[in-house]
Design a protein around this ligand. Structure first.
Ligand code: ZN
Length: 379
């Protein structure tokens, strides 16, 4: 059981998760197919047949999406990338790779494997159709061929985060030798297609096809925001690249003794210094850290009777980093673990703190420097 969905099992050792939004879309799709689409297209089936074929169509469509993701996953494994899980959700599926592909051709083949798998599924259902004796099974197989073909073609649109966008990025990466430029270009085309879908969807909705139009606009919004956040991550990664934790960390550390009360600590140390963190230090060294967030659980009236050591997080139990660690790696660790502050240790002594604010501050400094350089023509 995860936070956003349920695990339904493992295939080839890869965990398969159903996001809660999947149940919504599977029910909606079944209802639309059985309630209106199939009855309008095909007359004379029994009521139970519309629901059976509607339900089977949506189940097998999602099974097809799962096979598409397995296509990506098995090729990723051939390049030595672990795939811990595949998640099926509102907009389809996603195979989560543990790391970025090692080189452009790896990315190219991993991305292409999904649409190729969908084309093969479409061909398979197409071949199966003449073997079906009659409606409604014949209709089921025919629509699955069409849906898999649409899945393959849609995913080949050359904008990130779609497979086509990854293929596009891989080719740019290969021929420009710049992962950064390739990612920025694929992200921008992803945003372009996102906006295009929103525009077309709204147009369609205004022209009368309300549900189809809103759905298209919704897909466009999802693509646009995924491409936008990829661009943002890549921008940060590029600016922070080559820098070390020591460059961005806070060096002005505030220390309080373990016996100091929370009231003293906040009013005499943290507020005057305008800081959100303080270190709890004994004569033997720093033993813990207190953040303002950790004080939310302590009522204001108890501040004078509560000691700093009581509310601190022990450094020995915290994730830490070193001054010469790669800054971007530390940022990724903080993002993945939901960590707000990393103590920076050198030979067991806390020499700095790296918080999200420190990183944002450093980013703004680097960005300022970059603008200055480009104005000056130094670049
Ligand atoms: Zn795919």
């Amino acid at each position: 059981m995860s936070r956003h969905g349920i695990a339904i099992g493992r295939i080839f050792g890869i965990r398969i998760d159903l996001d809660y939004s999947w149940f919504f879309i599977a029910a909606l799709l079944t209802w639309m197919l059985a309630g209106s689409f199939y009855p309008a297209q095909f007359k004379g089936w029994a009521a139970s047949e519309y629901w059976l074929i509607g339900g089977l169509t949506s189940l097998l469509l999602f099974a097809s999406v799962l096979v598409h993701e397995l296509g990506h996953s098995l090729v990723a494994r051939r390049y030595g990338l672990e795939v811990p899980r595949i998640t099926l959700f509102l907009f389809g599926g996603v195979a989560q790779l543990q790391a970025e592909p090692p080189h452009a051709w790896a990315e190219f083949w991993i991305a292409l494997a999904g649409p190729v798998t969908s084309f093969l599924l479409a061909a398979g259902f197409w071949e199966l159709e003449p073997l079906m004796p009659a409606q409604p099974m014949l209709v089921l197989v025919r629509y699955l061929a069409v849906l898999n073909l649409m899945l393959a073609l849609f995913n080949l649109i050359p904008g990130f985060p779609l497979d086509g966008g990854r293929v596009f990025r891989a080719l740019l990466w290969r021929f420009t030798h710049s992962y950064h430029r390739a990612t920025m270009a694929a992200g921008l085309t992803g945003r372009f297609f996102g906006f295009l879908f929103i525009f077309l969807g709204v147009w369609q909705a205004l022209a009368g096809a309300l549900v189809d139009g809103l759905w298209l606009a919704f897909v466009g919004w999802f693509l646009e925001s995924a491409a936008g956040s990829q661009l943002h991550v890549e921008w940060m990664k590029n600016l922070l690249g080559g820098h070390r934790v020591a460059d961005a960390m806070e060096r002005n550390l505030l220390h309080v003794p373990p016996g100091a009360s929370v009231e003293e600590m906040v009013e005499r140390v943290m507020i005057p210094a305008q800081t959100r963190t303080a270190l709890v230090t004994t004569i033997d060294g720093t033993v813990g850290m207190v953040t303002l967030d950790a004080l939310h659980g302590v009522p204001r009236a108890e501040w004078s009777a509560t000691s700093a050591s009581h509310v601190m997080s022990p450094v020995a139990q915290m994730e830490t980093t070193q001054p010469d660690a790669i800054l971007w790696a530390a940022v990724e660790r903080m993002g993945k673990g939901g960590v707000e502050v990393l103590p920076v240790l050198e030979r067991g002594v806390v020499v700095g703190m790296l918080s999200r604010e420190d990183i944002l501050h450093y980013l703004s400094v680097l960005q300022g420097l970059q603008e200055w350089k480009s104005i000056d023509g130094v670049r």
